[in-house]
Structures are given as structure tokens and as C-alpha cells.
Design a protein around this ligand. Structure first.
Ligand SMILES: [Zn+2]
Length: 594
């Protein structure tokens, strides 16, 4: 068997297309054998292109056992293929090989499967029934615990922008009441086990509780096809997930979603509570969870951790972050779940404090546009034209260049600035080419001098300089824009489709690192320079050198992902941004497909 064929065989979960599953022969093995036979049959159908037949079979298999990775993988493959086919002309002959037109053959069946994949109604119906159940008096304590976890002492409304259903949904799976007098466990488990709940609802609730999984889900793309592969930062667990447009649309590639994934009728979905984070924030939350896990295990030393719900870890085996064992998986998911309100608060905090940007003098970056009256404007223009620090760029328009730095002075400053920018995956605040720093742009409008500077201090220095030239400058008006604030505001997202809203935006360093009008040529120059500049995050290696070193390549990949994330967000704001595809090509670091 060739290499390709072997790989193919593994992809199909060990089935060969024509082969027969090996039953155990025992009665207990019959169900397993039946599942294996059905899985192999579905795999064969996918290979022959009969997706409309394969999809319902796979949905049934995934509904029966949401933990079956093979069935899930095949379902993901089939639904992606069906999605791809929607672009083909309906009059073409069908991909299943029937010889009939796609329109009269498999089209309808495939569309129905795609609609089921996107349809969140079964989940919303289940959730609203569970909410109604949770409203009962026996869950008073669960509700108040959840409200205080999300909103603190101040109660509902204290945390602006958090819909009140967030704590309720969270309470269903994360508030354990087994230690209370009522003796109830998790509300969702109680709901699933209640004989008064209709069978279908109870089964769906049971699967939500048993398989629903909190994590820090890395989202490599915002292009759904029609779902997205999400990978948990902490455990490496992966699922192909139906993410609704209102969750996906505000994100940039490599966002990390702090949330629960749940499965309804075999299809994985994001729950209503979504905390979108930048890659850096996601990595910070990952570190936080690992630290808590470590402390947690040292303290409990093999003691019972969370009772015997079966879902939570029964014993606190010190987790080995990075290993793929079940204990660590369960502990990580549990800690993310219980830590979600804290994460939300942390991100809100970061959101409310706009990042301070600095210009190359280290002063707070503030775009100031000042209207300055001067004596004898025409005379001043003449003086400026002859002044060594002012360069005439147009009629009555000048650039004020600051002190000329020597190479020795400039290099450490520039290296620092580059490192600062690279760490954030951003451009420098100013063009780094010439060693003279642009301090202001001046333009005479009528008799008034309009000056644009990027800090208060520079405006002061400009006024002093003009006074030194005898112009007697009077600042008549100023307009101030804090670029960080503008960006933070624009980046704060949140759509809401009833219950499916997102929380906050993507907090943290969102700086454009430059003026909104940053010239594209400067960005291109930065790109060309960056690949050959030492970067502290890469242990002082240049990106080009790091790309050739297997031990550092992964660090470079992480950095590129952060840059991709930042670039996608900036280009959405209309700010000139780095061309990551070109950078990746230059470095021979192709984007990995999900
Ligand atoms: Zn067909």
C-alpha cells in the first residue's frame, strides 16, 4: 500500500472503502460493529461523491455519540464538500455520479444538510426551556451565585454590555449545587434527569451537559466553509463548529474565543456567551489557567476535587500541561468555565483603558491640529524656506524636521521602536528611513498657519520655534484626537441576535502605531526592513533567520499570527497595514490551513 493510500486509510478512521469492519464476535460488540459498519459506509459515500446520502448518516452517528472523533471528522469533510458544491452550476451533472443534473439529484438534500448545520433554533429552543426551568425557586441560589460572579456586588447592569442571559447560560453548566441543602447538582444535569422534561429535550440537555466543553478556542480564520475548525489552546482538542455570523464577523484571524462549545443533534456550535480575545490575550488567559491549575493541584494533592459528577475530575492529578490526558482536559475545561466571568471582567478592564501610544520622542501620542495666527504670514513663509529645519513640500506647506540624530544615537532608539512595533505586530509611529524626525506639518491657509503635530509637547516646541523667528504665534484653536481611543472604540464590537451576542470587543494593544494617514510606502519600507531586523521575541534573531531554524520557527509563526490578527483589524478600520501574505512569502512561511 502506498503512502497516500495509507494516509487515506487513516483519514477514514481505519476503514478501507471496500473492507469489512472487524466485529468482536461478542454480543457487546454488535453495537460497536454496527457503528463501525455505518461509519465505513458513510466514508465510502463521501468518496463516491454521494454527500446527500452520507450527511444524514453521519449526523445520526454524531448524534448518537458526540465524542466519536472519526464520525465527527467525516461529517466535517462532507459538510465542507457540500458547501463547496453550492458554487457549481445546478445544471452540471451531479457529483454523485448518477449522470443526472445536480439540480434534480443531490442539490436539495445537500442544501437541507447545510441548513441544519447553520440552524441555531434547536439550541435556542433547548436553552429557553432550560432557562424556564432555572427560573424555579429551587435554583434561586444558583441564579444569585451566577449574577454575583458576573456582575459583582452591584448586581445586574453593573458590567455594561453584558446581557443578563450570560450568567444564566453560564449557571446551567458551571454552578454546582451538590454541596447545598437542596442537594441539587448542576442545573442542566438536573433538568436532563427530570422525568417531567420531554424525552427529546432531556436527551439534548444531557448531551449538552456531558459533551459541552469550555476552552480557549483558537479561530484561525473568519471565513466559514460553512463552519470553522476551532482548537483549544489548553488541550489541543479540536471541533468543526457552526459559528453564527454575528459571532464570526467581528473577529480577525487567530482570535481566541473564551466560550463553551456544545453539541445539539450531533452538530457542534458556539454557545451564546462568547469572549473574543486577541492572540496575545488568549495566550495570557492560557498562562493564567495553567497557573491556577498548578496551584489547585498542589493544594488538593490527590483529594476529591469536585464531587463525582463524572464530568469533573474525580481526583486532582497534577496536570501536565501539554499532555493530552483526560484529567488535564477535564480540569482545564472546568477552570475555563468557572473563570469565564473573571476573564470577562479582565477584558472589560483592558477595554476601558485605551492603550497609550507614544511618538518617537517617547511623548504620549496625540494628534493635534492647531490653527495659529502669526504676524506677517508671507514673511514667515520666506523665513521657513530658508531655515535648515524646515523643508518646503508644497506651496506654503512645510515639514518641520527635528534634530538630526547621529547614527549612534539613532540606532538604539530605532531598534527599540522597531522591537516595540514588532511585538505588537505593528508599524512604527513614524517613517524610520531618514534619521531626521518629522516634528510637524505646516500649511498656510489664508493668513492662518495650520499645524499638525503628534504630541502636546511638540506643539509647544513649534510655538517656541516660531516665536524665535519673530512670528509672534497665537494658537487660536486646537483639535485633539487620541488614535488609541479611536481604535479602541472602533474595535469594540458586539452584535446581538437576541441571545447570540458577543461580549465587549477585542481589547488590549490595538494601536495602529501610526497616524491614520500612515503612508503605504512607509508600510512597504517597514515590511522590507523587518525581515532582516533582530526581534527580541525571536531571541534576537531576524525573522529571516528564525524561519530557517526549526527550534524558533514556531515562535515566528506565533508572531506572524498576531500580526495577521492586527493587520486584519486595522485594514477594517481603513488604516494602512502590513501585507502578511507578502511577508509570509518572503520568509517561506506558508499560512497553515486549518
Ligand atoms: Zn447526485
Amino acid at each position: 500500500m502506498g503512502r497516500r493510500a495509507r494516509k487515506r486509510k487513516r483519514d477514514l478512521g481505519g476503514c478501507t472503502v471496500s473492507g469489512h469492519p472487524e466485529g468482536t464476535g461478542a454480543d457487546a460488540g454488535t453495537a460497536v460493529a454496527t457503528r463501525e459498519a455505518a461509519t465505513c459506509r458513510a466514508a465510502a459515500l463521501i468518496q463516491s461523491g454521494a454527500l446527500a446520502k452520507a450527511l444524514p448518516m453521519l449526523e445520526a452517528l454524531c448524534t448518537e455519540d458526540p465524542a466519536d472523533n472519526t464520525a465527527h471528522g467525516l461529517y466535517a469533510e462532507a459538510i465542507r464538500l457540500a458547501h463547496g458544491r453550492q458554487a457549481h452550476p445546478a445544471s452540471d451533472s451531479c457529483g454523485c455520479g448518477s449522470g443526472r443534473a445536480y439540480r434534480v439529484c443531490c442539490l436539495a438534500g445537500e442544501r437541507q444538510a447545510l441548513r441544519r448545520f447553520e440552524d441555531r433554533e434547536p439550541y435556542y429552543r433547548l436553552r429557553s426551556q432550560a432557562f424556564r426551568y432555572l427560573a424555579g425557586a429551587r435554583f434561586d441560589q444558583a441564579r444569585s451565585m451566577a449574577i454575583s460572579a458576573w456582575f459583582g456586588e452591584e448586581g445586574v447592569g453593573a458590567a455594561g454590555g453584558v446581557p443578563s442571559e450570560f450568567p444564566l447560560e453560564w449557571a446551567l453548566c458551571t454552578v454546582d449545587l451538590s454541596w447545598t441543602e437542596e442537594g441539587e447538582g448542576y442545573p442542566l444535569a438536573t433538568f436532563a434527569a427530570d422525568p417531567s422534561v420531554p424525552t427529546t429535550l432531556a436527551r439534548r440537555a444531557g448531551q449538552w451537559f456531558q459533551h459541552g466543553r469550555y476552552g480557549l478556542w483558537q479561530c484561525p480564520t473568519v471565513q466559514a466553509d460553512p463552519g470553522v475548525w476551532l482548537t483549544d489552546h489548553l488541550t489541543g482538542f479540536r471541533r468543526y463548529v457552526s459559528v453564527p455570523p454575528e459571532h464570526l464577523q467581528p473577529l480577525a484571524p487567530w482570535s481566541v474565543l473564551g466560550c463553551q462549545l456544545l453539541v445539539v443533534d450531533g452538530i457542534w456550535r458556539t454557545a451564546g456567551v462568547i469572549l473574543p480575545m486577541s492572540p496575545k490575550e488568549g495566550a495570557a488567559m492560557d498562562r493564567m489557567i495553567r497557573e491556577v491549575a498548578q496551584a489547585y493541584c498542589e493544594e488538593s494533592e490527590g483529594a476529591q476535587v469536585c464531587g463525582d459528577s463524572g464530568k469533573r475530575p474525580a481526583t486532582a492529578v497534577p496536570p501536565d500541561p501539554g499532555s493530552r490526558d483526560g484529567e488535564w482536559d477535564a480540569l482545564a475545561a472546568h477552570l475555563v468555565g468557572s473563570g469565564l466571568p473573571l476573564m470577562a471582567a479582565t477584558l472589560r478592564e483592558a477595554n476601558s483603558q485605551p492603550v497609550r501610544l507614544r511618538n518617537t520622542d517617547g511623548e504620549p501620542l496625540l494628534l493635534v491640529k492647531a490653527h495659529i495666527e502669526v504676524d506677517d504670514p508671507r514673511g514667515l513663509m520666506g523665513l521657513l524656506a530658508g531655515h535648515p529645519d524646515f523643508v518646503e513640500v508644497d506651496d506654503d506647506a512645510f515639514v518641520w524636521q527635528g534634530r538630526e540624530m547621529t547614527r549612534v544615537q539613532a540606532e538604539p532608539l530605532l531598534a527599540q521602536a522597531r522591537a516595540w512595533a514588532a511585538e505588537r505586530g505593528e508599524e512604527l509611529a513614524e517613517q524610520i528611513g531618514p534619521r531626521r524626525v518629522t516634528q510637524a506639518e505646516l500649511c498656510l491657509e489664508g493668513t492662518v498657519l495650520v499645524a499638525q503635530v503628534n504630541s502636546e509637547a511638540r506643539l509647544e516646541r513649534l510655538v517656541t520655534t516660531l516665536a524665535g523667528l519673530g512670528a509672534d504665534p497665537r494658537v487660536m484653536s486646537t483639535e485633539r484626537t487620541d488614535p488609541a481611543e479611536v481604535l479602541t472604540q472602533s474595535a469594540t464590537t458586539g452584535g446581538s441576535r437576541g441571545s447570540g451576542s458577543t461580549l465587549g470587543g477585542d481589547a488590549g494593544p490595538t494601536a495602529a502605531g501610526g497616524r491614520p494617514g500612515l503612508v503605504p510606502e512607509a508600510v512597504r519600507a517597514w515590511e522590507q526592513a523587518w525581515v532582516d531586523q533582530p526581534v527580541p521575541r525571536l531571541g534576537g534573531l531576524t525573522p529571516r533567520a528564525a524561519a530557517r531554524r526549526p527550534d524558533v520557527r514556531q515562535d515566528l509563526e506565533v508572531l506572524l499570527r498576531e500580526m495577521e490578527h492586527g493587520a486584519a483589524r486595522r485594514s477594517r478600520l481603513g488604516v494602512a497595514s502590513i501585507d502578511l501574505a507578502a511577508l509570509r512569502q518572503e520568509l517561506d512561511m506558508p499560512a497553515m490551513s486549518a
